[in-house]
Design a binder for this molecule. Structure first.
Ligand code: THU
Length: 130
């Protein structure tokens, strides 16, 4: 599957001199196009970016702002879920029922929706005046 290959391939390019933990993410936009990103770390550790953030940036840079599907892969004993911040970032361009597949390089997969990963999410409605 195109999404799986994109995530696995981009993971190879992850820049991870500090954690050694390579992550690849691939998103399918509503157009059907696929966008990929890997984690990029920095010597000032909090400045690093997650694979999901890189993939989102690639999608938006290409002019697309609706994501239909997400795939994340890492070499891990169990499928790696997006971090809390990335869940919020994904929701910005996805929907509560957007499917997120988390995978290991050895082939284990777990599938959840964005609302399962981020229940009680903060949204624009919370900013309207009561
Ligand atoms: N990381 C991601 O890129 N995505 C995730 O879903 C979880 C964590 C990265 C951040 C950091 O470069 C490394 O994995 C270890 O936390």
């Amino acid at each position: 599957m195109e999404l799986v290959k994109a995530a696995r391939d981009v993971r190879e390019n992850a820049y991870v001199p500090y954690s050694g933990f390579k992550v690849g993410a691939a998103l399918r936009g509503a157009s059907g196009r696929v966008y990929a990103g890997c984690n990029v770390e920095n010597v000032a550790y909090p400045e690093g970016t997650c694979a999901e953030a890189g993939a989102i940036a690639a999608m938006v840079a290409a002019g697309e702002t609706t994501l239909a599907e997400v795939y994340v892969v890492a070499e891990s004993p169990a499928p790696v879920p997006p971090c809390g911040g990335c869940r919020q970032k994904l929701l910005e361009f996805g929907a509560p029922d957007t499917p997120i597949t988390m995978a290991t390089t050895s082939g284990a997969e777990t599938r959840m929706t964005l609302s399962e990963l981020l229940p009680g999410a903060f949204g624009a409605d919370h900013m309207s005046k009561p």
